[in-house]
Design a protein around this ligand. Structure first.
Ligand SMILES: [Zn+2]
Length: 120
């Protein structure tokens, strides 16, 4: 892939990473401040529910953060944009939509079909 495009993807990934880091802090602060505000047991229950939801989001966020870090590592290693399964280049359009993609659309489609069949 061209140097300029790589640089652009790197910037995209870094921006996304810092955004996630910021929203992650907000989620944590939200969890802390809500704990003090409700003495009522009913409110407590909804707070707990809310916390579960936020933790769910946090898990998703941290998985995404890991993916972004991996992608940045692949940029450093010069592997970025190559499919980890077949080694072909992942299309530019696909990477624009999903810079953390590690598989070309052909391999990804095959994998998804297999996942549907075996339910994993
Ligand atoms: Zn592939």
């Amino acid at each position: 892939m061209e140097e300029g495009k790589i640089r652009m993807f790197k910037k995209m990934l870094e921006d996304q990473l810092s955004e996630l880091a910021q929203s992650g802090e907000m989620t944590l602060n939200g969890l802390k401040s809500e704990e003090h505000n409700y003495a009522d047991p009913l409110d407590r229950a909804s707070v707990n529910e809310n916390q579960g939801f936020m933790l769910h989001i946090k898990n998703r966020e941290s998985r995404l953060i890991n993916k972004i870090r991996d992608a940045l590592e692949r940029i450093e290693d010069g592997d970025f944009g190559n499919c980890e399964v077949c080694g072909e280049e992942i299309s530019y359009k696909r990477l624009l939509a999903r810079p953390v993609a590690t598989q070309c659309i052909t391999c990804k489609t095959k994998l998804e079909k297999r996942e549907r069949i075996f339910g994993t």
